[in-house]
Design a protein around this ligand. Structure first.
Ligand SMILES: *[C@@H]1O[C@H](CO)[C@@H](O)[C@H](O)[C@H]1NC(C)=O
Ligand SMILES: *[C@@H]1O[C@H](CO)[C@@H](O)[C@H](O)[C@H]1NC(C)=O
Ligand SMILES: *[C@@H]1O[C@H](CO)[C@@H](O)[C@H](O)[C@H]1NC(C)=O
Ligand SMILES: *[C@@H]1O[C@H](CO)[C@@H](O)[C@H](O)[C@H]1NC(C)=O
Ligand SMILES: *[C@@H]1O[C@H](CO)[C@@H](O)[C@H](O)[C@H]1NC(C)=O
Ligand SMILES: *[C@@H]1O[C@H](CO)[C@@H](O)[C@H](O)[C@H]1NC(C)=O
Ligand SMILES: *[C@@H]1O[C@H](CO)[C@@H](O)[C@H](O)[C@H]1NC(C)=O
Ligand SMILES: *[C@@H]1O[C@H](CO)[C@@H](O)[C@H](O)[C@H]1NC(C)=O
Ligand SMILES: *[C@@H]1O[C@H](CO)[C@@H](O)[C@H](O)[C@H]1NC(C)=O
Ligand SMILES: *[C@@H]1O[C@H](CO)[C@@H](O)[C@H](O)[C@H]1NC(C)=O
Ligand SMILES: *[C@@H]1O[C@H](CO)[C@@H](O)[C@H](O)[C@H]1NC(C)=O
Ligand SMILES: *[C@@H]1O[C@H](CO)[C@@H](O)[C@H](O)[C@H]1NC(C)=O
Length: 583
């Protein structure tokens, strides 16, 4: 192997080389993409060394050379491979954080005692879609790896998908994410998990066999080589789509397949491409369907499946949990795309770049709703900072109140505790940090807690509501009862003659009629009528005064039961029922 060629054969793009003089300092300018994987070769320093100045007899023996990185690599992103003496990438790069490195490399021919100095200026190129983003909406549980041989999937189905025609179940097939298992006709099974919580799956097959065969007549019949169906979640929200192709008829693959540059095997004839969007909730029931025209009219063809987000074992990610996480320093690894959620003080693709910053963390965490009356601790952390002075600054929500400073001095962290939170503590809490080197940092947490915990009320939320009969718990009033009810827990109905919200209205009924405690409607007795329960007019009686009296000779009748009230001094005889006749 020619070690020193004075030529520049590189696996990466070499932009500029200057100073090719013996013993002189060499400068090399190269560009590498940020998504280069650790272990990749960056440059072979020996190729830049002019052999003719070293004893050629030793030149070919790697053991007589040493290569060292002497500067410009504060975060250990590069290393010299111990046997090949090439400069390689040691840890993930990140364009956003560091887009340029200026490595000082010393090459020494140990026998000849000769040195060369190479400056490798590395420009990191931005790669779109890298590093992967951590989307909390589809954060996945981390399973404790029980070490078994079980096949994990980050999304779990019950293993089947069902097909229906006009709502009638026609077949149960293996779920798409398991199609490749135990089916030799599946040649391609490619998954793309994107940053936006979408899951893309392509299955390429030579034939449609087994239960999958049910699709063949549809595909070759009305589908003419292409079946494309829209998918929806239970709540009608768009869930993506599924496409089945016989690529010998129609090879117009969905756009994401073309963009992902998936190589489809030559033997593949059938392709299923599924695109599942917004996989956020733990349970995702989808229904993919289309109205198709059969000879005897339109038919609704549907497929249903359900995917639950179940997570991968610790340190794994991807649909099949078959990728290794790279997250370091306690960072959480996203089960979909392996993105890392760094702990304070760390940055980069793998959270392995120390980052001087001041952060305030709230315990219990950000995702927990905070209520008046519960405990909260704010902690100011200053990772990777030599703190000279840490100070809390409090500005009350109410601008009239003074600001307050609490100096903590040279501590690495300090906490403000609320045991419990009162509304009066609301405002801006800023942690000011001065580093030993004079640099200043600050960060602010806004405390704005205005609600009582569920079922609590009062100034400091110390009282319990326990409302009954559908009453709701008000922050200040306690139970707000539905119309018709009152009492601390709405346990009482309104007193007679009152009704409505808080029983605050008076009934307007006449003749001692009661009113409905909810809406105040008068409840008339027999012999009363109308909105306010007037007495029946002479000659009518009964419920609603809807019956006619049949008393003769000017006798009046009882408004309630219609019995005739006979005049004094006359003899009357009661005939059938309520009739009064002269005796
Ligand atoms: C290599 O070194 C020799 C001897 O010093 C010199 O003549 C020659 O020009 C150098 N070659 C290059 C490419 O610098
Ligand atoms: C080459 O670089 C080394 C170390 O960076 C430095 O000590 C030396 O003075 C430089 N030589 C020239 C000729 O620039
Ligand atoms: C080179 O590194 C490998 C592992 O990275 C190690 O096993 C080996 O002992 C090292 N060789 C030398 C010569 O240091
Ligand atoms: C790289 O660093 C060296 C000294 O270590 C300096 O002389 C040189 O100008 C730097 N190059 C660039 C491009 O910054
Ligand atoms: C998904 O989760 C729901 C609710 O926990 C459960 O009822 C359902 O059986 C699960 N489905 C699958 C396919 O795991
Ligand atoms: C199928 O047609 C019916 C009736 O026209 C319509 O209500 C339904 O939304 C259609 N379904 C699909 C998936 O296109
Ligand atoms: C600490 O910082 C605060 C706010 O910046 C300042 O008021 C205070 O004087 C500082 N104390 C010391 C000892 O530097
Ligand atoms: C705060 O600092 C103390 C020591 O100064 C340390 O023991 C503790 O772990 C730190 N707390 C956090 C949350 O980092
Ligand atoms: C809140 O803090 C106080 C004082 O330390 C403690 O007595 C109480 O149990 C805490 N409450 C909760 C809900 O943790
Ligand atoms: C906090 O830092 C910002 C700049 O990052 C600065 O503008 C602001 O004045 C600082 N706030 C305090 C209270 O020092
Ligand atoms: C309900 O009525 C009581 C007594 O009449 C009164 O003190 C209270 O303020 C009322 N509540 C509301 C919400 O109107
Ligand atoms: C009384 O009259 C009202 C309205 O005319 C009617 O809705 C109601 O059913 C009647 N009540 C009885 C007991 O007949």
């Amino acid at each position: 192997m020619a070690l020193c060629t004075c030529g520049a054969f590189l696996l990466v793009q070499l932009l500029y080389v200057s100073g090719f003089q013996p013993k002189q300092n060499i400068s090399v300018l190269i560009e590498i993409p940020e998504d280069v994987s650790p272990g990749s070769e960056v440059l072979r320093p020996l190729e830049f060394v002019n052999c003719s100045t070293a004893n050629v007899a030793y030149a070919g023996n790697l053991q007589s050379w040493s290569v060292r990185i002497t500067g410009g690599d504060d975060f250990g992103r590069f290393q010299v491979h111990n046997t090949s003496l090439t400069v390689t990438v040691a840890a993930p790069l990140d364009f956003e954080l560091y887009s340029r490195y200026n490595l000082s490399v010393e090459v020494e021919h140990t026998r000849e005692n000769q040195n060369w100095f190479i400056n490798i200026v590395i420009t990191v190129r931005d790669v779109s879609g890298y590093p992967p983003l951590y989307d909390k909406r589809c954060e996945t549980p981390v399973l404790s790896d029980i070490g078994g041989t079980e096949d994990y999937t980050v999304l779990t189905s019950d293993g089947t998908m069902d097909a229906f025609l006009n709502g009638e179940h026609i077949v149960t097939a293996v779920d798409l994410i398991k199609w490749h298992t135990g089916d030799p006709s599946v040649v391609n099974n490619v998954v793309v998990m994107r940053d936006d919580c979408s899951v893309l799956l392509l299955v390429g097959m030579t034939t449609l066999i087994g239960r999958k065969a049910f699709l063949a007549p549809w595909l070759h019949g009305f589908g003419a080589g292409r079946l494309e169906v829209q998918c929806h979640y239970k709540n009608r929200k768009d869930a993506g789509k599924m496409t089945l192709l016989d690529i010998s008829f129609d090879n117009n693959l969905p756009r994401w397949v073309q963009e992902s540059r998936i190589k489809i095997d030559e033997s593949v004839r059938y392709v299923v491409a599924a695109e599942l969007n917004d996989v956020w909730s733990t349970s995702n029931r989808i229904r993919c369907g289309k109205n198709v025209s059969f000879s005897d009219g339109p038919v609704l063809a549907e497929i249903t499946a359900e995917y639950n987000i179940t997570g991968c074992p610790e340190g794994r990610y991807g649909l099949y949990c078959d990728h290794d996480c790279v997250c370091k320093n306690g960072a959480r690894c996203h089960g979909f795309n392996g993105a890392c959620k760094c702990r304070p003080g760390w940055r980069g693709r793998a959270c392995d770049i120390p980052w001087a910053e001041v952060v305030i963390i709230a315990t219990p965490g950000d995702s927990v709703v905070k209520y008046i009356g519960t405990n909260l601790t704010l902690t100011c952390l200053a990772p990777h900072i030599q703190v000279a002075n840490m100070t809390w600054l409090y500005e009350a929500e109410n601008k009239n109140t003074d600001t307050e400073m609490i100096e903590k001095g040279p501590v690495q962290n300090s906490s403000v505790k609320f045991q419990p939170i009162y509304e009066s503590a609301n405002g801006r809490y800023t942690c000011l940090v001065k580093a030993e080197d004079g640099e200043r940092f600050n960060t602010t947490f806004i405390l704005s807690v205005k609600e009582c915990p569920p079922n609590r009320y009062g100034d400091v939320c110390s009282q319990v509501c326990d409302c009954e009969y559908g009453g709701t718990c008000d922050r200040w009033e306690g139970c707000l009862c539905p119309p018709g009810r009152h009492g601390d827990r709405c346990e009482h109905t309104c007193a007679p003659d009152t009704f409505g919200w808080n029983c605050s209205m008076k009934c307007n009924c006449e003749n001692k009629a009661l009113c409905d405690p909810v809406n105040g409607n008068c409840i008339c007795a027999e012999g009363q009528w109308g909105e306010f329960c007037h007495e029946c007019a002479p000659g009518i009686f009964g419920w609603n005064c809807s019956m006619k009296c049949h008393c003769l000779n000017n006798a009046s009748c009882d408004a309630v039961n219609g019995s005739c009230i006979c005049a004094a001094g006359r003899v009357w005889r009661v005939l059938s029922g309520r009739l009064c006749t002269q005796g």
